[in-house]
Design a protein around this ligand. Structure first.
Ligand SMILES: Cc1cc2nc3c(=O)[nH]c(=O)nc-3n(C[C@H](O)[C@H](O)[C@H](O)COP(=O)(O)OP(=O)(O)OC[C@H]3O[C@@H](n4cnc5c(N)ncnc54)[C@H](O)[C@@H]3O)c2cc1C
Length: 422
């Protein structure tokens, strides 16, 4: 088939690789120019997902990563507290990557001749069994299948489900990175993804190492990736998204653009709530950035010859760490479904049902984690380990299918690993 993929990020590249290998004629249409490496800082994905991507040759075995095997849940005891008190340390199964390294690995497997930069798709029309994509400068092209991998504000999703609105969750993620060389010590972070809960304020902050410049994981050259979930009421969101030049942004504040008074307010807030070691990391970071958190669920991932993958489909609250997992599964299973069938519409429908159901299950898990981690977290500086464990098992039920996302494997291997042998 001739397949047009809108969006050349994680999901788009994964689909392009898998579908081209399946013998399809694929074109990726990406609105940005010059590569996507500057986005996103760090990204975590389960080790099993990393292994499955290596086994499928979506990324190389040597893709730089840092592995965290512990997930301490922490609160600050008092102002003198340097590292905070973990009430509970959960097992973790996370590969922590530099977003740019991950994208570069995927992109390297897409033929340059099939990856079109600077092509913004502005309309989509279905005509019989053809889908026509169009953009600026009178560009248009027809395909047998259009795949939208255009992220959480997806145009494809709006086309298929015009009444579906992404819902703002009442908090933003404020993020930054700091070079390891600027840390006083690395003690608490060597093997852990730290999650620190504030006292008397909704939200939490996470800290973990990712590979630094050039993918280096050498001691001294890593980056600390940090991310603070901070409540911002819906009524204040548009004011929050005004940058230092007075321009309003709709979806995020790019690195370095936050108003100095807002950045100073957030840094002061973190000095109030974080143990001093972590507050110093936030304080020393510049070019911070922020994005409001939205979620959405889709009833289907495909209608007719239009399919949605990655964040263009369902978006769960970010605590499941499943964005890469879901993007990869959408792409891999789409290629498999098309390879195993001569009836394209039926293959797409079967694939769509599986992906939409998985998206809903991930969203349900994400909502539980959001309640537990953002809105209803206890004070971990006073809880005993027994109390903390009772809170954890009561607050979140991991379906076996996703239990490995949090290192709680319950002795069962994840489904996709069996398939890939990864
Ligand atoms: C706060 C936050 C934290 C996260 N942390 C994690 C994490 O730790 N682990 C994890 O697995 N996931 C995480 N995710 C999710 C993860 O970032 C995504 O799921 C993943 O990057 C897949 O994205 P994607 O390829 O579907 O879309 P995106 O990365 O959003 O890419 C969409 C692409 O489409 C292009 N595009 C958009 N519109 C058009 C158009 N009209 N024409 C042409 N091109 C277009 C864009 O330029 C872009 O390149 C997080 C998400 C958020 C919001």
């Amino acid at each position: 088939m001739r397949i047009g993929i809108v969006g050349g990020s994680i999901a788009g590249c994964a689909a392009a690789v898998q579908l081209a290998r399946g013998g399809h004629e694929v074109i990726v249409l990406e609105r940005s120019r010059g590569g996507l490496t500057g986005r996103g800082a760090g990204i975590g994905t389960p080790n099993d997902t990393f292994a499955a991507m290596v086994a499928r040759d979506l990324i190389g075995r040597n893709t730089p990563r840092w592995v965290a095997s512990e997930h301490p849940l922490v609160s600050r005891r008092d102002r003198a507290d340097r590292y905070g008190r973990p009430a509970l340390t959960l097992p973790l199964n996370m590969a922590l990557l530099n977003w740019g390294d991950l994208w570069r690995e995927l992109r390297a497997r897409v033929a340059d001749s099939t990856y079109v930069e600077g092509r913004s798709v502005t309309s989509v029309e279905t005509r019989g069994s053809e889908v026509r994509l169009a953009g600026h400068d009178d560009w248009s092209q027809s395909f047998d299948l259009a795949i939208f991998a255009d992220g959480y504000q997806s145009m494809g999703r709006r086309k298929l489900f015009p009444d579906l609105e992404a819902s703002y969750r009442g908090y933003v993620l404020w993020r930054g990175v700091l070079e390891e060389s600027r840390l006083s010590d690395t003690g608490p972070l060597e093997t852990a993804l730290y999650r620190i809960h504030y006292k008397g304020l909704a939200g939490n902050a996470v800290f973990y190492f990712v590979p630094g410049e050039g993918g280096s994981t050498d001691l001294g050259s890593r980056w600390v990736n940090w991310a603070c979930y901070v409540p911002v009421p819906h009524t204040e969101l548009s004011a929050f998204l005004v940058d230092r030049a007075g321009n309003s942004h709709e979806h995020s504040l790019p690195p370095g653009s936050m108003r100095p008074e807002e950045e100073a307010r957030l840094k002061a807030l973190m000095r109030e709530h974080l143990p001093s070691y972590f507050a110093e990391i936030v304080q020393a970071s510049s070019a911070t950035f922020a994005q409001p958190i939205y979620t959405v669920e889709v009833p289907e991932n495909a209608v007719g010859r239009i399919a949605l993958i990655g964040d263009a489909g369902a978006v769960a609250p970010p605590f499941t760490g499943s964005g890469v997992f879901k993007a990869m599964m959408n792409a891999v299973e789409l290629a498999d479904a098309l390879a195993g069938s001569t009836e394209v519409t039926a293959a797409l429908q079967g694939w769509s049902r599986t992906q939409a159901e998985r998206g809903m299950r991930l969203a349900a898990l994400g909502r539980q984690m959001e309640s537990a981690f953002v809105w209803d977290a206890p004070d971990f500086s006073t809880l005993s380990e027994v109390e903390a464990r009772a809170w954890w098992t009561g607050a979140i039920t991991f379906p076996l299918e996703f239990s490995y996302l949090h290192g709680e494997t319950n002795g069962r291997r994840p489904e996709h690993e069996d398939e890939s042998g990864g």
